[in-house]
Design a protein around this ligand. Structure first.
Ligand SMILES: Nc1ncnc2c1ncn2[C@@H]1O[C@H](COP(=O)(O)OP(=O)(O)OP(=O)(O)O)[C@@H](O)[C@H]1O
Ligand SMILES: [Mg+2]
Length: 544
């Protein structure tokens, strides 16, 4: 009956090759798939080598959970996955992968050797060429984890090679994928090598500072890192379970190439033209008519985001776009204000592009005040004192670059900013884009007095205030902390409200730089913002 039919079932291997195009349409997609697998396998260290834009070789080694001898053929079989069991699992995905397609697709269009072992050292080795298994053997006492050698990508589907874009486009696409994992998998150490270049090692980040260093290493050239003191600004916002962490380069430059622009939603890279345009067009003071690098991390409650579950797609839909744009615009405005002196923030803003848009407070400070401590200063004695060896200062203190025996007291710095402004406390209140909740038990709180200081609050519930507007001078400062402090000290005279201010957390880099840039060395020294690290200071810092 079927002999005359011209419709034929395709052989399995041809189906695989066709379908492979959906998963690994280009080398960067392959790199994405295998990095996701290593991260799904909880690897702490991933080593990746890419030769000839992945067409000659992509080699990966990880120290993740590994696979047993029996697992290996399944890993390369279509629709075989360890990551979901039933339909319901699709809606509570905790892994990148779930289709069980990536390795099968990759192996159908390349020559793959995979060695893998579980924690007990037992595992196996499998070789597959163009989808056909050519070797399969067990191994004992192997290093736990997985290694993959993927050679000659698209050797059996040469038509696909025609679709590979220019070498530099491919290289950029691969680098973008690799860098996006470097930016999100902070707890993993990566060793990356392209062609015969030196390996680059990105150690796991143990702190936000490590993460900033990692980001700077990704975004900037070595020379830029060594010659600039502040390369990135950061700002954070949080509202109704939505969080925004925005990092911008202080530098900007013309042209489109070499820019790093990253948007992440719940640690997945996504593309969104409007958010991108909002970022690059809202920084007239900081970037002028050029643009710089940015990385924007959004954390969205799972029920408020529709991640198109097709793993190759990078579009997302947010159900509360209003919150995202409000947070974003607010953070952008704050960061853009960094590019102009704080004294100008109360006057109409000028959008004229300054020829030096990078506001590098430390550097300016060092140039203007590089007569360090006078020779009569007691720090001379401290320098030779072997007793003082302090690596980690308590929260709220930081070293002064080029003034090795001076430290800066962040609480004193913010106190100084407040004192400077107390004459103009409540002038020009600016409404907050997002009202901030403030928990307060003082039912008889004098809201009028609070507003004279610069905080416009309103009761919205028992024990709960909404901070609706703040004085313009407060905008560049940690105004939430200051508002809580002002409520606690509302009984003092207005002038003395911030007298005993003690910040409990470290200042963000942007707030710090902006506050610091307003003062000269002697003012900071006189006001005890900068203190010499002598025995007394040490005792105060560590035994208070
Ligand atoms: N580096 C690795 N370490 C440990 N197991 C791995 C590794 N790579 C793959 N696997 C195993 O092989 C299986 C198949 O991987 P593959 O990438 O093909 O599918 P997946 O990750 O389950 O889904 P997807 O196709 O969406 O990526 C995985 O489910 C996992 O069990
Ligand atoms: Mg996978």
């Amino acid at each position: 009956m079927f002999q005359n039919s011209s419709i034929r079932l395709l052989p399995e291997h041809l189906i695989d090759q066709i379908k492979a195009g959906e998963v690994v349409e280009r080398p960067s997609a392959l790199v994405k798939e295998i990095l996701e697998n290593s991260l799904d396998a909880k690897s702490k260290h991933i080593e990746l080598t890419i030769i000839d834009n992945g067409l000659e070789l992509v080699a990966l080694e990880d120290d993740g959970q590994g696979m047993s001898f029996e697992d290996l053929p399944f890993a390369f079989a279509r629709h075989a996955t360890s990551k979901i069991k039933d339909y319901a699992d699709l809606f509570k995905l905790l892994s990148y992968g779930f289709r069980g397609e990536a390795l099968a697709s990759i192996a159908s269009v390349s020559r793959v050797t995979c060695t893998s072992a579980k924690g007990d050292g037992k595992g196996g080795k499998i070789e597959i060429q163009g989808g056909q298994q050519t070797a399969y053997l067990p191994i004992e006492n192997a290093r736990p984890g997985t290694s993959l050698y993927i050679r000659d990508l698209f050797y059996n589907t040469p038509a696909r090679l025609n679709f590979i874009k220019s070498k530099s486009t491919e290289k950029n696409a691969i680098k973008r994928i690799v860098d996006s994992f470097l930016l999100t998998a902070k707890k993993t150490t990566f060793t990356i090598r392209y062609d015969d270049q030196d390996k680059k090692i990105f150690d796991r980040c143990q702190s936000q500072k490590d993460f900033i260093n990692r980001m700077e290493k990704i975004f900037f050239k070595r020379k830029e890192i060594s010659t600039h003191t502040s390369l990135m600004y950061e700002s954070r916002r949080e509202f109704e379970g939505h969080k925004l962490e925005l990092h911008l380069s202080t530098m900007s430059f013309a042209g489109n190439s070499g820019k790093n622009h990253y948007l992440f939603a719940n640690d997945r890279l996504f593309n969104e033209k409007r958010i991108h345009q909002t970022i690059i067009r809202s920084l007239p003071n900081l970037w002028g008519s050029n643009t710089g690098h940015y990385a924007c991390f959004l954390t969205i409650p799972p029920e408020k985001i529709d991640v198109n579950v097709h793993p190759n797609k990078t579009e997302v839909k947010f159900s509360r776009e209003d919150i995202i744009y409000a947070m974003l615009k607010d953070a952008l405005k704050d960061l853009d204000d960094l590019a102009q002196p704080m004294s100008a923030t109360n006057s109409p803003r000028s959008f004229e592009h300054s020829s030096t848009p990078h506001h590098e407070a430390w550097q300016k400070f060092d140039q203007n005040h590089s007569t360090p401590m006078s020779s009569t200063d007691s720090t001379e004695n401290i320098i030779s004192s072997p007793k003082i060896e302090v690596d980690h200062l308590p929260t709220g203190y930081r070293w002064l670059p080029n003034h090795p025996h001076c430290i800066l007291d962040e609480s004193a710095l913010i106190r100084l900013c407040c004192e400077l402004k107390h004459d103009s406390y409540a002038t020009s209140l600016t409404p907050l884009l997002i009202n901030e909740p403030i928990h307060c038990k003082k039912s008889d709180l004098d809201l009028e007095k609070l507003s004279q200081i610069g905080f416009d609050c309103e009761w919205i519930d028992k024990d709960l205030l909404a901070l609706r507007a703040v004085a313009a001078w407060l905008r560049p400062l940690p105004y939430l902390t200051l508002c809580n402090h002002a409520i606690d000290h509302i009984d003092s005279s207005i002038k003395n409200v911030f007298k005993d201010l003690k910040l409990k957390t470290k200042l963000s880099e942007s707030v710090f730089l902006r506050s610091f840039a307003q003062f000269n060395f002697s003012t900071l020294k006189e006001s005890k913002v900068i203190v010499s690290l002598d025995e007394n200071t040490l005792a105060r810092l560590f035994h208070q």
